[in-house]
Design a binder for this molecule. Sequence first.
Ligand code: NAP
Length: 260
Amino acid sequence: MNPQTASTPGSTALVTGATAGLGAEFARQLAEQGHRVVLVARDAGRLAATAAELENSYGTAAETIAADLTDDAGIAAVVARLSDPARPVEILVNNAGIGLLRPFEDNDIAEEKKHLKLHVETAMELSHAALQGMLGRQSGRIINVASVAAFLPRGTYSAAKAWLLSFSRSANMAYAARGVKVTAVCPGFTHTEFHDRMGMDKTATPRWMWLEARQVVSEGLADNAKGKAVSIPSKRYKVLTSVARVLPSKLVAGPARRAK
Ligand SMILES: NC(=O)c1ccc[n+]([C@@H]2O[C@H](COP(=O)([O-])OP(=O)(O)OC[C@H]3O[C@@H](n4cnc5c(N)ncnc54)[C@H](OP(=O)(O)O)[C@@H]3O)[C@@H](O)[C@H]2O)c1
């Protein structure tokens, strides 16, 4: 039997936060490409519905793990799946994420710790688990969903996403020669449930700044397949981030988020 590689249809992709927004779209496009999928999120009912939809639409196997990725037991369940040598996972998408509406000093520190854990510690732990098998097989793909916020001084969300960006750059350099591609996908504002969940007023952001999940994911997957360390979907955000990198922090920090 030929070994599966991360690009072979039929290989397995695990996507966190796979029931809504960007994660659901990653799962859909990967299933469409012929990959088996493992879907992770907290809501078991929604996971089952998403899995059934993918199996019906693309005839691919869809497994689910109901897990809270801010919780050690939830992380351990996903680590166990990633570490099972009998069922290798060739593609990992660290996507689950949340936003906090209020400024840092006004947030409960427990909320901030969960936010940091979900974006950084969980992604680090899942990447570490997945890499063990990927490096052994000399084949694998890891996508870390960061944000254009990683390039901006915008609170703890930016700081967490900057960690993912920096980690992806160094991991891609370290592991490319060993067959593993690591990419930070850095979307700008994208229509998903993210802003409604955090209670943000979406009308305060101009329409031209909004992207569709379908475009973000297809560009992110294509850039990862090419071995790029950083993917910034859409021309407009490529230009905006290039400009942001040379402007003083005060100019790019922007106004505080407005609640609904
Ligand atoms: N939308 C944007 O404008 C934008 C821009 C840049 C970057 N991003 C990043 O893109 C990623 C995906 O966000 P999205 O916009 O697609 O958000 P979304 O539509 O709100 O979807 C979030 C997904 O993550 C899951 N999730 C949330 N908390 C979780 C937890 N503690 N444990 C396990 N799963 C959890 C949710 O399912 P359950 O609630 O069932 O767990 C859901 O499937 C995030 O990392 C976000 O920071 C978003």
